[in-house]
Design a protein around this ligand. Sequence first.
Ligand code: NI
Length: 137
Amino acid sequence: MSEIVRFSVSVEDDLLDQFDRFCKEEKFATRSEAVRQLIRDKLTRQAWETGSHEVAGTLTLVYDHHRTQLRDQLMDLQHDNTDLIISVLHAHLAHDLCLEVIVLRGPAKRLQNIAARLRGLKGIFKGELVMASAEGG
Ligand code: NI
């Protein structure tokens, strides 16, 4: 059994008010209980997101298709990662705006990496990766 350690945290008063409302709504017995759970959730999630286990996911991108360089970069990155990319859906949203949903499958950390590279291209307005476990059980 781990030893319990006390530590103090400095926080803005309005943030603490919000946190106390959160604790009340979520029925946490104490602030410590809430903080413990939030830390555990975050660490578990971080370990899951950067691990080597198999995940599936979608990367949604919204971008300006008048930027020909961006279009080429998007295409090149996708062609260089065909082992990760299962499918792509493209919708023309407006005269110069495109939406692309890229379906991916592979090790979590590789998905994070390709998503970060695609999302980071100049001219991308929005990029969001959603991942789910692709392993049974
Ligand atoms: Ni388009």
